[in-house]
Each structure stands twice: as structure tokens, then as C-alpha cells.
Design a protein. Structure first.
Lengths: 262, 511
């Protein structure tokens, strides 16, 4: 009886207690490590930052329909999205997209034509004209992914992805799959690249954030947050923190290039 | 645009979901074909060798407690790696999906068949014994009598394999293609629903979820029935097997199960121990990441149990007043609801939210409340089933005596029947709690997010443990986070075992 009474009072308290200041965000998976760090800083200011994935498309559509306060996107808003959904962009970093392979793969560079041939399925073995060459295992991202869209615009353009490519749901899953598959090739945010995978140079340019910032490496996208105009004070606080010079070192630590110097 | 065309290639404007329908059928049927003979052999082995049997029963009960999310997670680390090392391709394949699904459905199927063996009449066993048959021979001769349990358990297992989402999402490769090669990847309907749920709501890709959900609902309802019909011909689906086949088959099933138990148990145990050491020495915070999700899941489970107890008692009371025909209709409805995959219940929640959003605009949000409602709907059939089974065991004289003494039905329920049904209520509550606690698919679609605070309002986003685990299993960046995942998996499995042990204790003591 005592236990039931305790549950009753606890539930009543939890339902009617004053809610904390919550800011919800959804969207690109590349943003998640940065946002998780921001969440721990904001928690000290009694702001609860709720981070959800889903891909850039979801971030934009959810922010546009008011289901979340902030949408995380790995691509700029289209003029149509800006007017139809009434959204504003808040850029905070740049991120390059790297083509990644297993560390044992001897390949170092891919031209755009080679990358198109591989990811469209036109080229299916690693060494051309060698029957004993291992088959290429393709990995891509789901259709709503901003990483996929940037890759498509920068590499594939009008050429479709091979229908037999594996579809993974995040940068983390992509890195894990490639790190374990010697014949695998995929793409992920440069911020996720570590010793477990090898980032290939694209058209002769190394995939590093510095070269991406200088404009030499072409597969670059902005990391941005989108909100409705006139956001609430706690949403403004989140935006200010993430765009501040004080937070830039956290962004850098995750492999992205902040737009302000720390 | 035909949604049932053979190709899914959004880059070319092709949105066919036929490969996903085929993928679902292929993975579920192959899993069933692996698990069914294995379960028959294993359940027979329990009767033939009682000492091993106790160990097997314990192992099966332990496996039941592992949620499908962890099957998927560990399968990537074990089966995909093995297939990649020994076979060709990436390892993400139809074969691995079906193997993992077979491991998922093996325990409930075997337990159902064990119950079937137990229910064979004592005279059958005695006659076989008096005729001088050895224990192995007895099971061989009595095998055709197991058909009703094989049909029932087989249909349930097929439904479970068809509706599972997490395993396919992790290990199938999610390749939308038609293939007959088990070493190639496939995409199933539940995985497709999760992958496309993130697309623009007005896109054709998002619309494909509706077609997928419709087809999945039809398959979940129809395929188990077809399976039962196929196994229920005039002579049944099997006759007495030959002696040498049976003498190899039964010990083989037992040996395979013991190897699987040792292999999987050893691997999981090693990883959990590793997780403990790494988590202790790692600078990564452990409690801040996992404590809130754990409390949220407990809180979610408590609410679901509360609602399902109320609904279950009400429905059981109502059904007890009905005639046999109406009861049959209600039972069919509940069976139908119980057979629906959880992803479909989650999808129902999304649709409710969609309609709600249309009427109330921005104030309509998914969250804890929607998840509680959907999970209550998902688990209600379990509670009603347990309560009705408990009610059937109560002496009929009680009702007659109360009626003769002039007590109202309400008084009889409050003072006599409900107190007597307490063990069933507790058993049902524990099962409902476990189901709500382990669910990922419903939470995924109804507003779960990572790193949310403890939910204090119905419309707030929430982070249940299952979702946090799924999120980090998908997103982890380093060995420290991976070790934490293993550790939390271990804690979760231990907790599930604890709850199942409690259920078993109650059932032994009171039912």
C-alpha cells in the first residue's frame, strides 16, 4: 500500500511539477557530438538541450513545422524552404565529406570520374582488368541524409547511386562498417575520420578540414542550425553559445572548422 | 508511379516497395525454417535427457530476456564479422538476418513446444514406455501428436520474425534489391519504415511508409494463418521420422544449442566485463548518460503497467459477461492486436500525431504520453490473456455461490475474484513492464530523443534506455562509448532475467 501511495505521489509530482527550460533539436547526425557537448554546458544553466537525429531533411521539416525548436542541417536552406517554412539559418561550422576506405586499402586518391564509376556501380572490382581483384562493397547513407546530399551534389551530380549499395543510418555506423570491411568504400563527415578508416584524397586534394576551409577541397558543406524567426530566449542562448568563440574549441575538437576563431 | 514496382531508386524517381516485401518474407521464412526444426529437436532433447534439459530450459528462459536490439547489436559484432571473414561480401546479408531472427524466435518457440510435450497425455507416454521404447524412441513415436503446438508456436514465431525491426536494421545491409543469394543484402519492410520515416513528409519516399505499413499489417495477420493451414492437412505436416535421422537430429539440436549458448554467452560476458573495466577507467561520464534513460524507462513502464492493469481488468470483467460467440470475436480481435508488430503500433501513433497536428497545429507533439498510449495498446492483449487464464483456473463454485447469496457481480469481482487473481495480475504486470521497457520501435516513432531530461509532462520528449542504447549503438565514436554500450547491455540483460525469474517464481507458486 505504501509503495502504491509513493508511486501515486511521485507521478502526481512529476506530472504537475514546473517543467525545466527545454530546447529540442533534430536533424543531421554530424551535429550530434557537438550538440551533446553543448548540452552538458547548458545543463549547468538549467537549459535541457534534447538532441535527436534523423538527417538534415528531418531537421528542416521538423523545425519548419514547429515540432522542434532547432533543426540541424548539413546543407543550406533552399530559397523555397526559407519562404515556405519561414526559417532562418545560423551557421556555426564547416565540414568536409571524406571518401573513406579500410586502412589496409592501398588506394590513396580518387578523381571525380572514378568516384562516380564506383558509387554508381559501373566499376565493381578494385583493380580494373584483374579477374582476381576483390569486389567493391559500396556503402551509402539513407535518402534524408545531408551527408548523402552533399556527396551527391559534389560527386555524383546527376548520376544515380548503385541500387545494390548498403544503406547505413549515421556517420558512426558508416565508419564502423568501413573499419571492418577491407573491400568497403563509403563517405562520412571528415569530423568522424580517425585511425580506424582511411580518408582518400579527392581529385588530388587531401581530405582535411584545413584544406576544406581554404576552398581547395571541394566536398564541403556548412553545418548550420535553422529556427523560426524570433526564437525564444533559451533557444537564442543555445544559438549564441554554439556560435561563440568560447565554444569554437569544442567544435574544433570534434574535427569541424568553427566559423569564429577560438 | 506504381508503389509496388520492382525497383526502389529515388535518384531515378522509382519508389517500388516490392523488394522490401520480398525481403521481409525471405528473412522471416528462412528464420522460421532454421528455428522450427531446431526447436523441435531441442524440445525433444529436454525430455530425453532431463539433466541437460534443466540447463536448456534455463538457457532458453535466459535468451527470452534479451531484447531484439541487443541481438542486432551483437550480431553485427559476431555473425557479420564471421561471414565476412569466411565468406564473400560485406557480411550484411539475408543469411545473417535470418540466422539472428532464428536465434530470436528459437526460445519462445522451444518453450511453446516444451509445453506441448508436457501436455501430451500421461497415458501416451506410459504406453510408449510399456512398449519398451527408450526415451529417444518415445519422443520419435509421439512426434506427430505435437502438431497442434508446432502449428500454434510456429505461427507466433513467424509473426515475430516478420515484424522485427531492429535486427534487420542492423544486419540486413538495407539494400532494396530482389535477390535469391542468401549472402547478399536485403531490406525488410520494418527497416524501410524506419529509414524513410526521416524523409520529407510530402515526398513519395515518406508515402511509401503507408504502403509498407499496410502490406506489413496484412502479412502479419495473414502469413501466420497460412502457415497454420499449411501445417494442418489431414495427415499433419510430419509423420514419424526414421530412427537414424532422429537419433542424429535430437542430440545435434542439443549440441548446437549448447555451442550457441557457450559462444554467445561467453562473448557477451567477455564484452560486459571489458565494458566494466573500460567504463571504470574511462574519463567518459557514465551515470549522467545512462541514469536518466534508465529512470525514464522505469517511469514509462510503470505508467504502461498502470493503464494496462486498469484496461485489462475492465476488459476481462466485460468479457466474462459475454456469450461464447461474442467472446470469440473479442479474442480474435485481441489476437490480431497482439500479433501486430510494434513498429505498426508506433506508426499508428505517428498517424494519430499527424491528424492531431493537422487540427491543433504546433501544439501537437509526440512524446511520453503518445508512447505510453501506444505501448499500452501493444501490451493489453498480454494482460488480458494472463488474466483470463488465471480466471479459468478459479473454481466455478465461487461464482455460483456468490450468485445464490445474492451478491452483485461488482461485489463478487471486487471482494472475491480480483484478490484471487492477484498472482495473475502480478505476472501480467511484470510481462507488460518488460515488454514496455525493452521496446525500441514504438519509442523511435513516437518522440524519443537522445539526452532528454526526465519527462515531467505528457507532451515532452523523452529518452528511454532502449532508445539511448539504439542511438549510441548507431552513433558511437570511440572504444570508451562502445564499452559503455556493452556494460549497459549487460545491466539490461541482468535486469530482464531478474524480472523473468520473478514471473517464473509467481507462476510456480500460485498458478
Amino acid at each position: 500500500m505504501k509503495i502504491s501511495a509513493s508511486f501515486f505521489w511521485l507521478s502526481t509530482y512529476c506530472l504537475f511539477a514546473t517543467p525545466p527550460q527545454r530546447v529540442s533539436m533534430a536533424g543531421g547526425t554530424a551535429h550530434i557530438p557537438v550538440m551533446a557537448e553543448a548540452a552538458s554546458i547548458l545543463a549547468k544553466e538549467n537549459i535541457q538541450l534534447e538532441v535527436s537525429a534523423g538527417g538534415s531533411g528531418v531537421g528542416i521539416s521538423k523545425a519548419g513545422s514547429g515540432l522542434v525548436h532547432i533543426g540541424n542541417s548539413g546543407r543550406p536552406l533552399t530559397p523555397e524552404e526559407k519562404t515556405r517554412l519561414g526559417l532562418e539559418e545560423h551557421r556555426f561550422a564547416l565540414d568536409g565529406i571524406a571518401i573513406i576506405v579500410h586502412p589496409r586499402n592501398p588506394l590513396k586518391n580518387l578523381t571525380q570520374k572514378e568516384a562516380q564509376a564506383i558509387f554508381s556501380g559501373e566499376r565493381s572490382i578494385w583493380i580494373p582488368f584483374n579477374a582476381a581483384s576483390p569486389k567493391i562493397t559500396l556503402y551509402t547513407r539513407e535518402e534524408a541524409s545531408g551527408t548523402r546530399q552533399t556527396f551527391k551534389e559534389g560527386v555524383m551530380q546527376s548520376i544515380p547511386f548503385a541500387p545494390h549499395a548498403h544503406v547505413l543510418t549515421s556517420n558512426g555506423a558508416m565508419k564502423l562498417a568501413i573499419s571492418r570491411d577491407p573491400n568497403g568504400i563509403g563517405f562520412c563527415s571528415i569530423g568522424h575520420v580517425d585511425a580506424s578508416v582511411k580518408a582518400l584524397a579527392f581529385s588530388g586534394v587531401e581530405a582535411t578540414q584545413t584544406l576544406a576551409a581554404s576552398g581547395a577541397y571541394s566536398l564541403v558543406r556548412p553545418l548550420l542550425m535553422v529556427t523560426k524567426s524570433n526564437p525564444s530566449p533559451e533557444v537564442k542562448r543555445v544559438l549564441t553559445l554554439i556560435q561563440s568563440p568560447g565554444f569554437a574549441s569544442h567544435i574544433q575538437a570534434h574535427g569541424y572548422l568553427p566559423l569564429v576563431t577560438p | 508511379m506504381n508503389p509496388f514496382s520492382l525497383t526502389w531508386q529515388p535518384d531515378l524517381g522509382l519508389w517500388g516497395i516490392t523488394p522490401m516485401i520480398a525481403g521481409s518474407l525471405q528473412s522471416a521464412c528462412l528464420a522460421w525454417l532454421i528455428a522450427m526444426p531446431w526447436a523441435v529437436g531441442l524440445s525433444a532433447a529436454v525430455w530425453v535427457w532431463p539433466t541437460w534439459g534443466r540447463l536448456v530450459t534455463l538457457g532458453l528462459r535466459g535468451w527470452v530476456g534479451i531484447p531484439s536490439l541487443l541481438y542486432g547489436f551483437f550480431s553485427v559484432c559476431i555473425w557479420v564479422e564471421l561471414l565476412r571473414t569466411w565468406g564473400t561480401g560485406s557480411g550484411y546479408s539475408w543469411l545473417v538476418t535470418s540466422l539472428t531472427l532464428a536465434l530470436l524466435i528459437l526460445p519462445p518457440l522451444s518453450l511453446c513446444l516444451l509445453e506441448g510435450w508436457r501436455q501430451l497425455s500421461a497415458s501416451m507416454w506410459r504406453t510408449a514406455s510399456l512398449l519398451g521404447y527408450s526415451p529417444l524412441e518415445r519422443t520419435r513415436m509421439l512426434l506427430p501428436a505435437l502438431l497442434p503446438s508446432v502449428r500454434q508456436g510456429g505461427a507466433l514465431a513467424l509473426g515475430r520474425a516478420l515484424g522485427d525491426c531492429m535486427i534487420a536494421l542492423f544486419v540486413s545491409g538495407n539494400i532494396p534489391q530482389l535477390t535469391v543469394n542468401p549472402l547478399e543484402g536485403i531490406r525488410t519492410l520494418p527497416a524501410h519504415m524506419v529509414l524513410t520515416a526521416n524523409m520529407e513528409a510530402t515526398s513519395r519516399g515518406f508515402a511509401s511508409i503507408f504502403y509498407g505499413a499496410g502490406v506489413l499489417a496484412l502479412l502479419s495477420m495473414g502469413l501466420p494463418k497460412v502457415c497454420m493451414m499449411a501445417m494442418g492437412g489431414k495427415r499433419g505436416c510430419f509423420s514419424i521420422p526414421s530412427r537414424w535421422i532422429w537419433s542424429l537430429f535430437v542430440p545435434g539440436s542439443l549440441g548446437l544449442f549448447l555451442i550457441a549458448c557457450l559462444g554467445m554467452g561467453g562473448y557477451i560476458g567477455y564484452r560486459v566485463l571489458q565494458g566494466i573495466f573500460v567504463a571504470l577507467s574511462s574519463p567518459l561520464p557514465f551515470l549522467p548518460i545512462w541514469l536518466t534513460p534508465l529512470l525514464t524507462s522505469l517511469w514509462l513502464g510503470i505508467w504502461v503497467v498502470g493503464i494496462v492493469i486498469a484496461g485489462g481488468i475492465g476488459l476481462t470483467m466485460y468479457m466474462s459477461t459475454l456469450g461464447s460467440r461474442s467472446i470469440a470475436i473479442w479474442e480474435s480481435g485481441l489476437q490480431l492486436l497482439g500479433g501486430l508488430p510494434s513498429i505498426l503500433i508506433g506508426f499508428l501513433g505517428v498517424m494519430v500525431l499527424w491528424v492531431w497536428h493537422g487540427y491543433f497545429g504546433e501544439s501537437a507533439r509526440g512524446g511520453m504520453g503518445l508512447a505510453v498510449v501506444c505501448l499500452s495498446l501493444l501490451t493489453l492483449p498480454t494482460m488480458v490473456h494472463v488474466l483470463r487464464a488465471g480466471l479459468a483456473q478459479l473454481p466455478l463454485e465461487w461464482k455460483h455461490t456468490c450468485r445464490l447469496l445474492g451478491y452483485s457481480p461488482r461485489w463478487m469481482w471486487m471482494k472475491i475474484l480480483l484478490p484471487a487473481l492477484r498472482p495473475s495480475l502480478i505476472t501480467g504486470s511484470l510481462l507488460v513492464f518488460l515488454r514496455a521497457f525493452e521496446d525500441t520501435a514504438v519509442c523511435l516513432l513516437t518522440g524519443a530523443v537522445a539526452f532528454a531530461a526526465f519527462p515531467t509532462q505528457w507532451g515532452e520528449a523523452f529518452s528511454p534506455l532502449s532508445f539511448q542504447l539504439f542511438f549510441l549503438a548507431d552513433q558511437y565514436r570511440n572504444e570508451g562509448e562502445l564499452a559503455q554500450l556493452y556494460l549497459v547491455s549487460g545491466i539490461w540483460i541482468a535486469m530482464a532475467w531478474g524480472i523473468l525469474a520473478l514471473v517464473s517464481r509467481f507462476q510456480r507458486r500460485f498458478l
